[in-house]
Design a protein around this ligand. Sequence first.
Ligand SMILES: [Zn+2]
Length: 185
Amino acid sequence: MPVAKFQIKRKCQVCGEEFMAKTIESWYCSSRCSGIAWKRRKDEEKRQERLDAVVRDIPKSKELITVPEAYALFGISKETLYRLIRKGAVTSVNAGQRQTRVSKEELMKLYPLRPKATEKPKAVKKLYSLEPNDCYTIGEISKKYKVNDSTVYGHIRKYSIPTRQIGNYVYVPKKEIDNLYKGAK
Ligand SMILES: [Zn+2]
């Protein structure tokens, strides 16, 4: 297999160290850091699944819900919830130690439901400016990021980045290219 020409300095998203990324999908400096990142993603998925399970178990007709149920439904922390209760922003019932119940309906008016972990985030329609001032030419990209033209074209296709041809030049939105190569998020 040919060695990738792609080389760009990036910050590891786990330890923060700078490293030379060898492929466009390299976000971590080492297999150790990518392992940590993978574990974090898995833990987060499991956490979301547990919350979804709590949500599923809340009877539809239940009007007064517990603090953990409120967290699972709306993602609001215990602290926030108790602050709302103190301010009188939501009706609560105290049925004894650790037995606080709050009005689900009132919370519904204040907070959107926590997005389900199983739902894919909706694709946001991106708006691109294809004005030459907001674009690089292919030549500028390969110069700036030290990748050859055909690699740039490959990435443009792979990541469905829009282009615009004017005369002999192909223009590509700077923002998209910078995001892609710098990993600025
Ligand atoms: Zn690292």
